[in-house]
Design a protein around this ligand. Structure first.
Ligand SMILES: *Cc1c(COP(=O)(O)O)cnc(C)c1O
Length: 393
């Protein structure tokens, strides 16, 4: 069984490129060129140098002693929260802006929900002096004001999506429409391992720096490359794809993907796609998604904006279906409790997305000798208001 993309863009039966014909030339240009560009020496040199000096990589692999004592196992945190801009997303946007430059593009578009991917995209556009247009649902613009301000400070134009539910999927539709109308000079930076082939594979490769570093760092600390488990939260699935990537074929490493159960799996307010979803097509790829009987996408819910997505990338659909990864769902309450616990035990305020991954220690028992690496995808600054309201701080 392979967990890597095949030549047709599939992971098992998931993936592919289900796109309108007008988009075909853009996606095809990327598909034909992405591997050649990524594997070239000049690309690797520039990518690695920016990851080091701009993003601040390698991020530490930190042994969390007090948390380990509490759960009676060995817990390491991969500190993506220490990346410039506060999360792993910038690994991907750095990679894609370098790709766009080499494809001769002058203009960048992106979609954003909560604004995290919009900020990471605006950041690299400022870095490279490229025009940046971010589509964002009108409702999201209203509820994510600080991120809208960040994007504007970084020089991006934020265009409200006014159709449908005025949230992420509508912003995505607007971005696709823009790309169809500007096929020659524009690159579309997608924010996770979602979208038509080759995006899921390209984004996973950019994020795979996470597990590349874990292997080296664990060798220094434990004398072996492989932990017993790797844990990561899954929205679209990019931080998990990066943390799992170099372990996908190592069947003795347990992979644990954590989804947001929201108010509970059966509450109607959830984002646990592996449990509630079934096969369908969203944003150009065949994957698992939450939908009604007649194929309308169900509005997802999670307290965490980054996990509030009605699908998962095709790699994760395949990992779920093949049972290569164990999928665990965590409610808002369980995540918030685990988030505060990390503050109190380790002095680290996690993003609420990452708090979902941390909550696994309360639902699954590990052996004392197990080495468990948890990908701490981001820091909690952006979530301060949610923490304040939830705990009445
Ligand atoms: C966006 C985000 C996520 C979810 O996205 P993935 O593509 O699943 O990684 C997780 N954590 C943080 C901090 C995020 O900003």
């Amino acid at each position: 069984m392979s967990y890597f993309v095949d030549e047709n863009g599939y992971y098992g039966k998931f993936g592919g490129a289900f796109i309108p014909e007008m988009l075909y030339p853009n996606v095809e240009e990327l598909r034909v060129n992405y591997l050649k560009i990524m594997e070239s020496d000049s690309f690797q040199k520039e990518f690695k140098s920016l990851l080091k000096d701009y993003v601040g990589r390698p991020t530490p692999l930190y042994f969390a002693k007090r948390l380990s004592d509490k759960y009676n196992t060995k817990i390491y945190l991969k500190r993506e929260d220490l990346c410039h801009t506060g999360a792993h997303k910038v690994n991907n946007t750095i990679g894609q802006i370098l790709m766009a430059k080499r494809l001769g593009k002058k203009r960048i578009i992106a979609e954003t929900g909560a604004g995290q991917h919009g900020v990471a995209t605006a950041t690299v556009c400022a870095l490279m002096g490229m025009e940046c247009i971010v589509y964002m649902g009108e409702i999201d613009i209203a509820r994510q004001a600080p991120n809208v301000a960040r994007m504007k400070m970084l020089g991006a134009t934020v265009i409200p999506a006014l159709s449908g539910s005025k949230t992420l999927k509508d912003a995505t539709n607007e971005a696709i429409r823009d790309w169809i109308n500007n096929p020659v000079d524009t690159h579309y930076i997608i924010g996770s391992v979602v979208g038509p082939h080759p995006y899921p594979d390209m984004v996973a490769r950019f994020q795979s720096i996470i597990s590349e570093e874990i292997k080296k760092q664990l060798t220094e600390k434990e004398g072996k490359e492989n932990p017993d488990y790797v844990i990561a939260c899954v929205g679209g699935g990019s931080n998990a794809a990066g943390a799992f990537y170099h372990y996908l074929a190592e069947e003795n490493v347990g992979l644990i993907a954590v989804e947001a159960a929201g108010l509970g799996i059966d509450s109607g307010e959830s984002a646990a796609t592996s449990v509630l979803g079934n096969e369908g097509i969203i944003h150009g790829s065949k994957t698992l998604l939450m939908q009604t009987k007649d194929g309308q996408i169900t509005e997802p819910y999670s307290i965490s904006a980054g996990l509030d997505y009605p699908g998962v990338g095709p790699l994760h659909a395949h990992l779920s279906e093949s049972k290569r990864a164990e999928f665990i769902s965590v409610t808002d309450d369980e995540a918030m409790k685990a988030g505060i616990e990390l503050c109190e035990f380790e002095g680290i305020i996690p993003a609420i997305e990452s708090s979902h991954a941390l909550a696994v220690f309360n639902t699954k028992k590990f052996k004392k000798t197990d080495v468990v690496v948890l990908n701490l995808s981001g820091r909690g600054d952006k979530d301060l208001n949610t923490y304040i309201n939830y705990f009445k701080l």
